[in-house]
Design a protein around this ligand. Structure first.
Ligand SMILES: Nc1nc2c(c(=O)[nH]1)N[C@H]1C(S)=C(S)[C@@H](COP(=O)(O)OP(=O)(O)OC[C@H]3O[C@@H](n4cnc5c(=O)[nH]c(N)nc54)[C@H](O)[C@@H]3O)O[C@H]1N2
Ligand SMILES: Nc1nc2c(c(=O)[nH]1)N[C@H]1C(S)=C(S)[C@@H](COP(=O)(O)OP(=O)(O)OC[C@H]3O[C@@H](n4cnc5c(=O)[nH]c(N)nc54)[C@H](O)[C@@H]3O)O[C@H]1N2
Ligand code: SF4
Ligand SMILES: [Mo]
Length: 709
């Protein structure tokens, strides 16, 4: 190795495992990323997306300088000019002040996307900036992803930040609902090599069951079978499983009495859904439902996990409630091998304790909630269109709402009414194409970080620090700096230093709770400290935040949703048998809307996003593989290539989200194989999200499919 080449330990910040990597750096350039085989937890596990991140880092399409729009937003292609940070900030500040003077403080809103979660110094920067500007109009990808879990935990555990994870290392039974660990590497549980852990359950003589409308890649003879459920019906499945747990007298009464309250309300609810009744809407045999109940309650230790496939249904909060209840009443919550609380280097559950957001508040669009401070994403366009107190400026950080949220056409119309759009990103993405300013952010090889996203979620808890592997290229800046610089321009903050130690002051305080500091982590191999797991019962002792310390088994705030469940059941049970339902399909060749500029991921069929259909449904419609089909419903219409996928349940069609880069002129590889934006088919507006949680309805969407005449 030459003298000027080094291997720098760092970690991937694309998805939740946060895999340990070694960056091969030569003359200030990252040449290659490789798995860190000596990482004490990851031990060399990493996937091709993390390892090809050098293509993102070195991409000629990356943003290097602030860009100012010169032409009208209505024009198909933005005409952008590079300007200095001083110029950009002065103009943005002046425009914000003018908009607030004309329409009021709340005319400025923000949207933060998924990658903010992976940037420990900037995660909360945008909501904090807006608060200083006098606006609480915050939107986020959370309402497309997981806000049902936040709302569910807040009601059941008294904190939006307690999400007991499946203790896969010690489970004898694992029920995995609406997730595909092999492809997506799990969400709300951070674990390296999840498939190894799932296979080990079976190797130990245990059992794994998936509940999914598709025979997913995670299901193999070495793991377990899929129960092929009809989309958006999981809540009835879970209710019926608990119903049968009661029927076979498998409730751990002592455990429930010791730690719970309002259990009668839960029992009343599940009593409405016998396995036979649930079978009629879920498509899962009553016998199979009863078997799950039996296996779950009789296993030495059973764990359960649900992910976005259920979150995105209409009743994600109730489903999450029932998931936690199944674990709780069978004595598996707070049991080794069951679902446990894993605080990591700092226990965050108390930070999610909230009394305010229990309530609905008045808005120009009626009564709504803010879940962890976030408003319903599906109302963003309505807030812009509103007659009273409209939104007129939108700051977007690490998000791509045009492609990640419902209703691109409607969003485009609404965005055209905005007087200022600022996009902070690493690319000029589809949304950036509409912006007045596109501001260049650093990527994770260019910034220091602590793996704080793992707090509460890590199966094998550890703290890791990474320096910036290389200096930020050109004019790229960390997001906290960009927003602090804006506040400075508005006279609300000091001029930020370029590398401010203040950015880590909060993190240092949290690390000190475990006797750690960044300096200490830096001195450790792989800059990582492996932490001890807390006792399983800490879920009650440290986790639950209700004032009486008890798990609320039937929160009063669920009353309306519980009644809705009956209404939706009645609709489902009479639904026409041929009705097609659309679900999402994540693949190894995409990551939401943003790895689409990587030549390495644009391969074969995955360069685009076909509509996948079971061959039987295709035959019924006289359609063949490769046909061009029109997929439509009341929300919109798109054209796609047909792909056949026998893994899908009959009656279910699937598409990959995040594509549709026809107008993404700033991302040439993505634009060359643009794909189709499936979110044109999702509902938006007042009746398109779960009122309890603001979670958008995105799975089990009714569609029609016909061949293009
Ligand atoms: N139909 C359908 N729609 C979905 C989903 C689905 O399953 N089906 N999934 C939903 C889910 S789970 C999520 S999380 C959302 C995601 O929705 P969003 O967060 O809106 O979108 P992403 O595609 O993650 O895009 C993130 C943007 O951040 C940029 N970026 C990447 N790294 C950085 C960085 O370090 N700094 C900055 N400033 N920018 C960065 C990328 O270039 C990209 O433009 O999409 C949701 N939409
Ligand atoms: N390769 C890759 N990895 C990713 C991402 C990516 O885009 N690509 N995105 C990252 C992000 S932001 C997230 S949030 C995580 C998500 O991680 P996961 O939640 O594991 O995501 P998916 O693989 O989409 O799994 C969702 C599953 O739900 C199933 N499903 C759909 N509708 C229903 C339903 O009504 N009921 C049930 N039971 N199942 C249903 C789908 O068939 C699918 O298998 O993945 C992360 N990792
Ligand atoms: S699994 Fe996720 S965190 Fe690990 S290397 Fe792949 S993309 Fe990165
Ligand atoms: Mo997500």
């Amino acid at each position: 190795m030459e003298n000027n080449s080094r291997k720098v330990p760092t970690f991937c910040r694309i998805c939740e495992p946060g895999c340990g990597l070694l960056a091969n750096v030569e003359n200030g350039k990252v040449l290659k990323l490789e798995p860190d085989k000596n990482h004490p937890v990851h031990k060399g596990f990493a996937c091709h997306k993390g390892l090809t991140f050098t293509q993102v880092h070195n991409d000629p399409d990356r943003l290097d300088r602030p860009l100012r729009r010169l032409n009208q937003r209505q024009d198909d292609k933005g005409d952008f000019q590079a300007v200095s940070w001083d110029e950009a900030m002065a103009d943005i500040a002046t425009r914000i002040q003018a908009i607030q003077a004309k329409y009021g403080d709340t005319a400025v809103a923000g949207f933060y996307g998924n990658p903010t979660a992976f940037n420990s110094t900037s995660t909360t920067a945008l909501p904090q900036t807006l608060a200083k500007l006098g606006s609480r109009r915050v939107f986020s990808s959370a309402t497309q992803d997981c806000s049902n879990k936040m709302a569910g935990s807040e009601a059941v555990f008294g904190t939006s930040l307690l999400h007991p994870i499946p203790d896969l290392l010690h489970s004898d039974y694992f029920l995995c609902i609406g997730g595909n660990p092999k492809v997506s590497h799990m969400s709300f549980v951070h674990t390296t090599a999840p498939m190894d852990k799932i296979r080990d359950i079976k190797k130990r003589g245990g059992k794994v069951v998936f509940l999914n409308p598709r025979n997913i890649e995670s299901s193999t003879p070495a793991t377990g079978e899929v129960l092929l459920i009809k989309p958006d019906t999981d809540v009835y499945f879970l209710a019926a499983v608990i119903h049968h747990v009661l029927a076979i007298n498998a409730v751990d009464r002592l455990h429930v009495e010791q730690y719970g309250k309002n259990v009668e309300g839960l029992f009343d609810f599940v009593n409405r859904y016998s396995p036979e009744r649930a079978a009629a809407v879920t498509g899962i045999d009553a016998v199979d439902i009863c078997q799950v109940a039996k296996d779950f309650s009789q296993a030495k230790a059973a764990s359960i996990h649900m992910s976005t496939g259920v979150n995105m249904g209409r009743q994600g909060t109730l489903a999450y409630w029932l998931l936690n209840m199944l674990s709780f009443i069978t004595g598996n919550l707070g049991r080794k091998g069951g679902n446990i609380y894993s605080p990591g280097f700092f226990s965050i559950s108390a930070l999610g304790k909230s009394s305010v957001s229990d309530h609905y508040m008045d808005s120009p669009l009626g009564k709504i909630r803010a879940i962890s401070g976030v408003l319903p994403g599906n109302l963003l366009a309505d807030f812009i269109d509103a007659e009273h107190e409209p939104i007129r400026a939108l700051i977007i950080n690490s998000g791509n709402p045009l492609l990640s949220m419902a209703g691109e056409s409607r969003l485009r119309q609404a965005f055209n009414k905005l007087e200022l759009i600022v996009v902070i990103d690493i690319y000029r993405n589809a949304t950036g194409e509409l912006a007045d300013y596109v501001l260049p952010a650093t990527d994770w090889l260019e910034r220091a970080d602590v793996n704080s996203l793992g707090l509460g979620f890590q199966l094998e808890p550890f703290a890791q620090y990474s320096d910036a592997v290389v200096a930020a290229k050109a004019e790229r800046k960390n997001e906290w700096w960009i927003l602090a610089r804006l506040l400075h321009e508005l006279g609300m903050a000091e001029m930020p230093e370029s590398d401010s130690p203040k950015a880590f002051s909060g993190m240092e305080r949290m690390l000190s709770a475990s006797g750690l500091s960044i300096a200490k982590l830096k001195a450790m191999p792989s800059q990582t400290k492996v932490l001890a797991q807390t006792a399983p019962a800490s879920v009650f002792e440290q986790g639950v935040q209700h004032d009486d310390g008890r798990v609320d088994c039937c929160p009063a705030i669920f009353a309306e949703a519980i009644e809705n469940a009956s209404r939706i059941y009645d609709e489902l049970v009479v639904e026409q048998s041929g009705q097609l339902k659309l679900i999402n399909l994540r693949t190894n060749y995409m990551h939401n809307s943003w790895l689409h500029n990587l030549p390495a991921l644009k391969r074969g069929i995955h360069a685009s996003n076909p509509l996948w259909m079971n061959p039987r449904d295709a035959a019924l419609r006289q359609l063949q593989e490769g046909d061009t089909v029109v997929v439509s419903n009341v929300n919109g219409e798109i054209t796609a290539q047909l792909g056949l996928d026998p893994k899908l349940r009959v009656g279910v069609v699937a598409m990959t989200h995040g594509l549709g880069n026809v107008q993404s002129h700033g991302m040439k590889v993505a634009q060359a194989s643009p794909g189709v934006n499936v979110n044109q088919l999702l509902p938006m507006g007042l009746n398109s999200y779960e009122k309890l949680s603001n979670q958008s309805h995105m799975t089990g969407i009714q569609v029609e499919v016909r061949g293009l005449a």
